[in-house]
Design a protein around this ligand. Structure first.
Ligand code: HEM
Ligand code: HEM
Length: 215
């Protein structure tokens, strides 16, 4: 008999995930077709999403919180040797890869803010704070970090496939529907009240607005 299902990922965490999955290729594509105006707009939306996720990692639902999935090296090693306890939410190794991906996205967005294209026509909203030469150097870094991010995304999707095919643990369904089989022991997800979502979204939107228009 299959166990009852309960919520594992709250809606904001899932929306964040699938939004960045759409935005990363869109950001690449808008540069390919030379629509840097759109690229900059989408980049600013990505800034808002990353800021939201960082705030949500502190005040969001329990499985979205950094403290719920960041574990010390001992726990990570035990988990990798297959001696960990059953996991609900990000596992101890996956938790660190989530952090690496969020940091890479944050660095990529941070660099984008200061970048200028070759003729200085399309620039990140903070590029006036640095010289043209620096903005061009940062554009090179923006390109390098993109390839590092791509490498990590490949690793991420590979890990998800490994869980799906080898360990028979389907992770994609829960990231779509939010639900998975209830944990045998321990707590299920504790949802955050709506006002916290409103607060996180408002803070992220205001910060994005200020960075994009007023600095
Ligand atoms: C995760 C978010 C982002 C991704 C994945 C991304 C990706 C890229 C890629 C692949 C390029 C082409 C690099 C090259 O081949 O030269 C590029 C260029 C550029 N990006 Fe982004 N970007 C992001 C965020 C941003 C943000 C937030 C801004 C500014 C608001 C921005 C502004 C620019 C500009 C102005 C260029 C042109 C640089 C040049 O022509 O040398 N990007 N971005
Ligand atoms: C642009 C590409 C992608 C990026 C940047 C990305 C990034 C992330 C991040 C940051 C998380 C942590 C979610 C959170 O707690 O906020 C995550 C989790 C997850 N991602 Fe992705 N992802 C990408 C593509 C994909 C794709 C294509 C799939 C489906 C095959 C996928 C499936 C998942 C799943 C199932 C989880 C939850 C893992 C778990 O159960 O611990 N991701 N991803």
């Amino acid at each position: 008999m299959s166990r009852e299902t309960v919520v594992v990922w709250d809606l904001p965490t899932r929306l964040f995930h699938w939004a960045i999955v759409l935005l990363v290729p869109a950001l690449w594509w808008t540069h390919q077709i030379d629509r840097l105006d759109l690229h900059i707009l989408l980049g600013e939306i990505m800034l808002g999403l990353v800021l939201f996720r960082l705030i949500w990692g502190v005040i969001g639902g329990s499985t979205a919180r950094f403290t719920s999935f960041l574990r010390g090296p001992g726990t990570v090693l035990r988990y990798l040797r297959g001696r960990g306890t059953a996991i609900f939410g990000h596992n101890p190794a996956g938790g660190w890869s989530v952090i690496v991906m969020l940091l890479l996205l944050a660095v990529q967005v941070g660099l984008g803010l200061f970048v200028s294209d070759e003729d200085g026509l399309n620039t990140g909203p903070l590029s006036h704070l640095v010289s043209y030469e620096s903005a061009r150097t940062l554009a090179d870094r923006h390109e390098t970090v993109f390839y590092i991010l791509l490498g990590f995304i490949a690793f991420h999707v590979g890990a998800i496939l490994y869980y799906q095919l080898v360990r028979r643990d389907r992770l994609v369904g829960p990231m779509l529907s939010g639900r998975r089989a209830a944990p045998e022991s321990g707590e299920a997800m504790i949802a955050a009240p709506l006002w916290r979502f409103v607060l996180a979204a408002a803070l992220a939107a205001i910060l994005t607005w200020i960075v994009s228009n007023y600095l």
